[in-house]
Design a protein around this ligand. Structure first.
Ligand code: S3P
Length: 171
């Protein structure tokens, strides 16, 4: 099985979809932000605050090189900026989880732990800036993707089912 990598904006539900895929397939799952947090033994928000975004992007690069060399049969969920890694297509089939900006923000706000969902993401602290970032990134996500899944108003289970079907067809 070729790896699958999930890209898409912050809060779109990459982690939730990955966990549903793991329940319903033989894929192992991992998350690039989780790998970085365990490498550093601190939260992403602290990495941004103490060492800055550039330092974080260098860690993403290290993870990307390792994924390409050493990981197979795995569905990899990523941080919203990981798609910029140059070797993305060498790592996996690229699946873009798509949804309008307002729907993503609504989804986060409706989460029981919404305050924490915002707090842990430094790039969501200013919603106007986040919307500009979304506008800049969406065409780039689309351009890179092998498969697109519109996740708006769909459950993670339904998205996972659609993903497995589309990945099978794409293989
Ligand atoms: C980022 C997204 C975050 C995390 C970091 C930067 C981004 O991950 O990697 O805060 O640049 O979009 P999520 O997409 O899981 O929120």
């Amino acid at each position: 099985m070729k790896n699958v990598i999930l890209i898409g904006f912050m809060g779109v539900g990459k982690g939730s979809v990955a966990r549903e895929v793991a329940k319903n397939s033989n894929y192992m799952i991992m998350d690039t932000d989780d790998l970085i947090e365990s490498m550093e033994n601190r939260r992403i928000k602290h990495i941004f605050k103490d060492d800055g975004e550039e330092y974080f992007r260098d860690l993403e690069k290290k993870v990307a090189l390792w994924l390409e060399k050493s990981v197979s049969n795995t569905l990899i969920s990523t941080g919203g900026g990981f798609y910029k890694q140059k070797n993305l297509k060498k790592i996996a089939t690229v699946v873009f989880l798509d949804s309008p900006f307002d729907a993503i923000i609504k989804r986060i706000k409706e989460h029981p732990n919404a305050a924490n969902k915002f707090k842990k993401r430094p790039l969501l602290s200013d919603l106007k800036a986040a919307k500009a970032l979304y506008k800049q990134r969406r065409p780039e996500y689309l351009k890179l993707s092998d498969i697109v899944i519109d996740v708006t108003n769909k459950s993670a289970t339904a998205c996972a089912k659609e993903l497995l079907k589309k990945v099978k067809k794409h293989a």
